[in-house]
Design a protein around this ligand. Sequence first.
Ligand code: IFM
Length: 409
Amino acid sequence: MTELAPGFLWGASTAPHQIEGNNLGSDFWASEGRMPGMERSGDACDSYHRYREDMQLLADAGLGAYRFGVEWARIEPVPGMVSRAELAHYRRMIDTAFELGLTPVVTLHHFTSPLWFAQEGGWVGDRAVERFRAYAAAVSPILDGVEWVVTMNEPNMLAIMVGMAQAMQNQAMQNQVGENQQAAGEWQSPTVDTEGPRPQLPAPDVKIGERLVEAHHAAREVLRERIGAKVGWTVANRAFVARPGAEEKKRELEYIWEDLYLEGARGDDFVGVQSYSSQWVGPDGIEPHPQHPDNTLVGTAYRPDALGIAVRHTAEVTGGMPILVTENGIATRDDTRRIAYTGEALRHLEAAIADGADVRGYLHWSLLDNYEWGHWEPTFGLVEVDRETFERRPKPSLAWLGQAARVRN
Ligand code: IFM
């Protein structure tokens, strides 16, 4: 068996908007329900109130780490006004994790921003970097003792969301519809099914990506001045594989989709790898996932080997930086399939470690069946959540992951 780094973290990940419920002040909340077929997050999993129960489930399964997020829209409901009560809420979450023997991995931004931030221009606005730095500074007092802090989740996917929102606004303005919406103070974000591009997602805009790199560096700087945590960010990895003759095309696409952000991680303490599936690149670009009965509920190919590809690529581009697998999982109704997928993904991870990748932990996506950015149907959870009563029902995969961790540590 491959030897893992001492203190290797085993656990699961979540994101505030996807599980907390009633994230009323956020840009995504304002956009929900506006697109055909888009469902609302509503009460989500009510984890804002039930976080102890969620963490207890992880701890009872023998897992030792929990990645969760702090929600900017709650911390700073209006520009410059920081809610002490919300800071205290998230500190209670951190303390609960410690009490239950869980290592908290805390994300500061997971796709959602305050609506006011989006309305003042969002990530492409003049004040974006300054605003994010101030938010990171505001959160820093509650991060005492936290070892792992993620400034931003999947900036490469965020760049797509920002680009799509911009394109929609431009379109709306051209149609003269935008004027009314803006007068009403509304902001529309697109529904982004981050792992189920049907149709294919547009590429992340490099200029937006560079702005996010700048914001990440600003947050990293302010966090380093104030706390002793390891600071990094997490990148969605597409695990591109080149068709013969398409190697150059693959490199070009990798820069736009991943490497800009992996290079932006230079100087960080770690980088998060987030991997679900893999995609072929041909001479004309990324090939859509072929239709196949094995495809996941978000339309992606069943490719547990993607994790090994993602980790190797990340290690290569970052020059061997410590890696935390911050997300890996599958949208399926069939839990035996989740176990099979994860078992295989772990074997590929171990092979990458045996070949020299410096991996410090594996956090499964996700602890709970949650709100998949406009949809409730794709279920990624180790735990089912009753949508009426919020009762948590652990699936066999939760105990399985706990056992997988025990035998490897
Ligand atoms: O649910 C998302 C998460 O928010 C970011 N990474 C991919 C997951 C599955 O699509």
